[in-house]
Design a protein around this ligand. Structure first.
Ligand code: SF4
Length: 378
């Protein structure tokens, strides 16, 4: 086993090592922990070893036929995944078929981009023909930067983070508005093979995981899945997203992601509409987070926003306690006015300041009353 704890990142973040002494963290993130330590193969490697009965890239196959094959292979995946979890089968014993479950996912993902319904905006852009969607992404995978991130939650650090351009949301307070909403094209267009090489470089230099973020990774799903066909290292795949995926996109991700890092920002649709310009936020985000929770390891992030403790923080924490009891929760206090809020504070008066200590303490107190585990990752 490679010694990933040798990274200099641990000098800055000793909690990244200490956090694993917490039995609750270790139990709730047990799958991620074993892949991180190279003790088990990541899910994408298992998906890659499940044989597809057909070449899924054959254009004569309809999308419905592909989904049918996908769902049959998903059952085979579950069986094999169970055996890997129980250590009945090791990474070296996995098959290497010509066409796999992962190939079926890749073939479906490219079809979902033309017309695009990767996220619940379902804007229908013909992306593979060069058209940009509402997220400002077309048929290119745009990477703005990648590096070992040492500011993420302790179990994730150092995190091999890849920042993609574009986002289906239009948050008026976005801290990454340059890459998500304004200069989306200024990144570098990479092929799936190049994306795989980036992931290899990050892992081989000590990253505990590959953290797909942005902007948001959703528009880049076909390229990310495609990159996993070419990835030659074992590394946990982490999905760091606003979770506004369409149900189809979520289904493609479920057997591939080893650890989920979703945002649950708003506790109702009207705050989401006003501040991120999206509809049906609550239904979509909670549907996808529930599916992710039931499928794997998860750390949910909630950003405490000034003036939004009653309308957002409370319903979010209540929902988490009721629906995702295995989740670790990062209650974030680092909100600061950015982007349009900074330019037009009179329009967004309640969020044109940082949250007060009192607001953040209230969020912590409420989480504690609900029995939510937040301290090890907040
Ligand atoms: S991912 Fe982008 S292009 Fe696709 S539906 Fe969403 S906004 Fe439209």
């Amino acid at each position: 086993m490679r010694d990933y704890s040798a990274s200099p990142a641990y000098l800055y973040r000793p909690d990244a090592l200490l956090v694993w002494k917490d039995p609750v963290v270790k139990e709730r993130l047990s799958w991620y922990y074993s892949v991180m330590r190279d003790e088990r193969p990541a899910r994408f490697l298992i998906a890659r070893s499940v044989e597809s009965p057909v070449n899924p890239y054959e254009s004569s196959l309809s999308l419905d036929e592909l989904w049918e094959i996908h769902d049959e292979l998903s059952e085979k995946f579950s069986e094999l995944y169970g055996r890997v979890r129980r250590e009945e089968i090791g990474a070296n014993e996995l098959d290497k078929p010509r066409w796999s479950y992962l190939d079926v996912k890749v073939a479906i993902a490219y079809r979902l981009a033309e017309p695009c319904r990767m996220c619940e905006r379902r804007c229908g852009a013909r992306r593979m023909s060069g058209e940009k969607g509402v997220c400002l992404v077309n048929g290119k995978c745009i990477v703005h930067s990648y590096f070992h991130h040492i500011g993420e939650e302790a179990p994730l650090v150092p995190s091999g983070t890849i920042f993609y351009g574009g986002c289906p949301f239009k948050c008026v307070f976005c801290q990454n508005h340059d890459i998500s909403q304004e200069r989306v094209d200024w990144g570098e267009a990479v092929t799936p093979v190049q994306l795989a090489r980036i992931q290899e470089e990050l892992r081989l230099t000590g990253a505990r995981n590959i953290n797909h973020v942005g902007g948001d990774p959703i528009p880049h799903l076909p390229f990310i899945l495609d990159s996993l066909r070419h990835l030659n290292v074992n590394v946990p795949q982490l999905w760091n997203s606003n979770m506004y995926m369409s149900l189809e996109a979520t289904r493609l991700l479920l057997d591939v992601i080893d650890i989920w890092l979703p945002d649950l920002k708003y506790g109702n649709n009207s705050c989401a509409r006003r501040l991120s310009l999206v509809d049906r936020y609550w239904e979509v985000a909670t549907r996808n987070i529930k599916l992710a929770h039931d499928a794997g390891d998860i750390i949910i992030r909630h950003l405490v926003m000034p003036g939004h403790v009653e309308c957002c923080t409370k319903p979010v924490l209540e929902w988490i306690a009721r629906n995702t009891p295995r989740a670790l929760v990062n209650i974030m206090d680092q909100y600061r006015p950015e982007h349009l809020v900074l330019r037009h504070p009179e329009k967004y008066r309640e969020i044109a300041r940082r949250p007060t200590r009192e607001e953040v303490e209230k969020a912590y107190r409420y989480a504690e009353e609900l029995g939510i585990v937040y301290k090890p990752v907040s």
